[in-house]
Design a protein around this ligand. Structure first.
Ligand code: NAD
Length: 257
């Protein structure tokens, strides 16, 4: 464990955008703590360490308060610092509005909004004590545009944007920045699952639905997860020292249309 290294906690780090973000921060010299409900996070951590990085993986459900408290406490005590918190973990809910059950509504809010809330709540005391820190929370274009069958998912992302705006003001006196990032379509297991569902519901072949969804981006393609990890790293870097309370659209023109 290197005391000089900056420390980043990344949730949802077992795959997709979270895994790419963990790899990016590790390559930039951060010690990275990977949290996820999936054991595959162990493999990402092993890859990072094989490359010469420093990482630990812990199984953690971000919507479980005692798990979040314990994991964050461990990081704070072991490293004595938490420089960056990247809240990437999230779940999608793709369903016509009236078919959504109360349990599905609650689970979507508990993970996306609740998980972001809990992680910030337990990391902030460490950042306040050290009088610096950066938080990047994961929103989405779904928090900006009306997307059919994504009503409550979009609502969680809108809430995450609103939460970051107010939190940015609350923690600014402690030299802590809080921002969100709103990607368009990113090629991850989540999006492929989304397209698969849409394909089965509509009866259109997977590749046809994929083409339609790719056309929502000006370059007519999906992003690679690494193309989202880069702007997340930028928001956490000194280059973004005057950026707080902002949402960065990384949507290849989707909202601009
Ligand atoms: N893929 C896209 O097109 C896209 C676009 C905009 C925003 N996003 C957002 O980016 C984030 C990452 O998405 P992705 O596409 O990489 O999805 P993904 O499903 O591939 O990865 C999400 C990760 O979060 C983890 N996770 C889910 N619930 C968790 C919980 N309760 N506790 C801890 N970990 C949990 C999953 O196990 C998984 O490893 C999500 O917040 C998603 O809403 C994705």
């Amino acid at each position: 464990m290197c005391a000089d290294k900056k420390v980043a906690i990344i949730t949802g780090a077992a795959r997709g955008i979270g895994a790419a973000t963990a790899q990016k921060f590790a390559r930039q010299g951060y010690a990275v703590i990977l949290l996820d409900v999936l054991e595959e996070g162990q493999e990402i951590s092993r890859l990072i360490n094989t490359e010469g990085g420093e990482s630990f993986f812990f199984k953690c459900d971000v919507s479980d308060e005692s798990q979040v408290r314990e994991r964050v406490q461990w990081v704070g005590e072991q490293y004595g610092r938490i420089d960056a918190l990247l809240n990437i973990a999230g779940i999608v809910l793709v369903k016509p509005f009236e078919e959504i059950s109360w349990e599905e509504y609650q689970r979507t809010f508990d993970v996306n909004v609740g998980g972001t809330f809990l992680m910030c709540k337990y990391v902030l005391p460490f950042m306040k004590r050290q009088k610096h820190g950066v938080i990047v929370n994961m929103a989405s274009v779904s928090g900006h545009v009306g997307q059919t069958d994504h009503v409550m998912y979009g609502a969680t992302k809108g809430a995450i944007i609103a939460m970051a705006r107010a939190l940015a003001w609350e923690v600014a006196p402690y030299n802590i920045r809080v921002n969100t990032i709103s990607p368009g379509s990113v090629d991850t297991p989540m999006l492929r699952g989304d397209i698969d569902l849409e394909s089965r519901r509509s009866g259109l072949p997977f590749d046809e639905v994929k083409k339609i969804r790719e056309a929502e981006q000006a370059f007519k393609r999906w992003a690679d997860p690494a193309e989202i990890a880069e702007p997340i790293f930028y928001l956490a870097s000194e280059g973004a020292s005057f950026i707080t309370g902002a949402d960065l659209l990384v949507d290849c023109g989707w909202v601009a249309k």
